[in-house]
Design a protein around this ligand. Structure first.
Ligand code: AMP
Ligand code: MG
Length: 393
């Protein structure tokens, strides 16, 4: 059995970043920037008003005194107004500050009588003026190559006038499930059957890696059906086969991979849950065989498939593994086995609590967990110990 470190190293050596592509900002959420992006417009782009009110020369304003209104400056057009001491311009939020003015008085702080305003408050220079470049300067880096694009970054890119962005390659993925006992949700269940839950799990995990082009094929334990699904799967960048990779008579995936001309690089990794994990290749397709038990499929996807996908979609090399966080263990825990054990648990308020049954079929406990604790073989922690956990959020 190969160690998880060696398995991951081999998987990562075997995959490459796909060529970048340009996508609309509306398709870029969760994708990875293909290159650095530098601001080409300052923010704000011009001095403008933070309030509806009156633009004035602060030094000429005294509480109780009047100023003469010389014009109106709405947002969206620059009327190139001039304001001299003793004068004011009606102004609205986002409108350019007239030449000569250096402050805006909120409309709530003035009383207007005809062409005059009477000021009810003190006025300071710069008040309610949003200065050009005070938020962001031209030339400032706003996004780094390999960085994930979130909603906030999308807004910033739009503020630069960009409608599209260059992101890492669009991975095309195929999921093939195997098992005579599996029934798609929504259909009636007969005795001895179970609902198929791995395809939706893996589909969601692919989406979390920024991969949205994912096909799904459900196969019975039938060699020719599996071979045919694998042939179609090999037309994708990534093929994930789940179930049927163990050592039983109904585990048909390994011979089917050989039959379709794929090479198996490694099989069986020393990790719990997830031991029967398989990695192979055919042409430029990376092939992952995951154990059918849902918790094993989940853990092995995160340990081995996720980093490979992230590399393919252009994530920075420092971002390939799950983020780590320190937490205080609520209960003592021990790994009596000879494989590293990934314990599912709940991370909250700095504490980690193992959740539910720690067995590879125990989907309910998995559904309640948001973090994994890795216990090395023989490792023991007492309650209250500080541990480093993998955050699944
Ligand atoms: P296998 O890896 O094919 O030996 O399957 C191990 C266990 O996982 C069995 O109890 C299967 O019924 C279950 N299993 C396999 N594939 C799925 C799936 N797609 N959805 C839910 N359970 C599955
Ligand atoms: Mg099976």
């Amino acid at each position: 059995m190969i160690t998880e470190e060696a398995a991951l190293a081999h998987v990562l050596e075997s995959v490459r970043a796909l060529p970048p592509r340009r996508v609309s900002l509306f398709q870029a959420l969760g994708q990875f920037a293909a290159g650095d992006v530098v601001a080409r417009h300052a923010l704000p782009g011009f001095d403008n008003s933070a309030m509806d009110g009156y633009a004035v020369v602060a030094s000429s304003c005294r509480k109780g005194q009047s100023q003469r209104v010389v014009g109106e400056q709405p947002a969206g057009i620059d009327r190139q107004l001039h304001v001299a001491p003793g004068e004011a311009a009606r102004i609205f939020t986002g409108a350019p500050i007239p030449v000569g003015a250096d402050a805006v008085i909120m409309q709530e702080d003035v009383r207007r009588e005809g062409a005059e305003i009477f000021i009810n408050s003190e006025v300071e220079s710069g008040e309610f003026v949003r200065r050009r470049g005070s938020d962001l300067s031209e030339g400032q880096k706003i996004l780094g190559a390999g960085q994930r694009i979130g909603a906030q970054t999308l807004a910033l890119l739009a503020s630069q006038g960009l409608a599209e962005i260059e992101v890492g390659g669009g991975v095309r993925a195929a999921i093939v499930t195997t098992g005579d006992e599996l029934v798609p949700p929504g259909e009636p269940l007969r005795a001895g059957q179970i609902y198929e839950s791995n395809s939706v799990l893996l589909h969601a995990l692919f989406h979390k890696c920024g991969v949205t082009d994912v096909s799904i094929t459900l196969c019975p334990d039938d060699a020719s059906a599996i071979e045919s699904a694998l042939r179609t799967g090999l037309q994708h960048d990534v093929l994930v086969i789940v179930g049927g990779v163990s050592v039983g008579a109904r585990d048909l995936v390994k011979p089917a991979l050989t039959a379709v001309g794929a090479q198996t690089d490694l099989w069986r990794v020393s990790v719990k849950p997830g031991n029967p994990f398989l990695f192979g290749r055919a042409g430029s397709t990376a092939i992952f065989g995951l154990p059918g038990n849902p918790v094993s499929a989940f853990v092995t996807f995160l340990l081995f498939v996720r980093p490979a996908i992230l590399r393919m979609v252009g994530a920075g090399s420092g971002d390939l593994s799950l983020p780590k966080e320190e937490a205080q263990l609520t209960d003592g825990i021990e790994n009596k086995g000879d494989r590293p054990h990934y314990v599912r648990g709940w991370l909250g308020q700095g504490k980690f609590t193992p959740v539910g049954r720690q067995e590879s079929h125990a989907l309910y406990g998995l559904s309640r967990s948001n973090a994994l604790l890795r216990l090395a073989p023989g490792e023991t922690f007492s309650g209250g110990a500080t541990v480093s956990v993998l955050n699944l959020a």
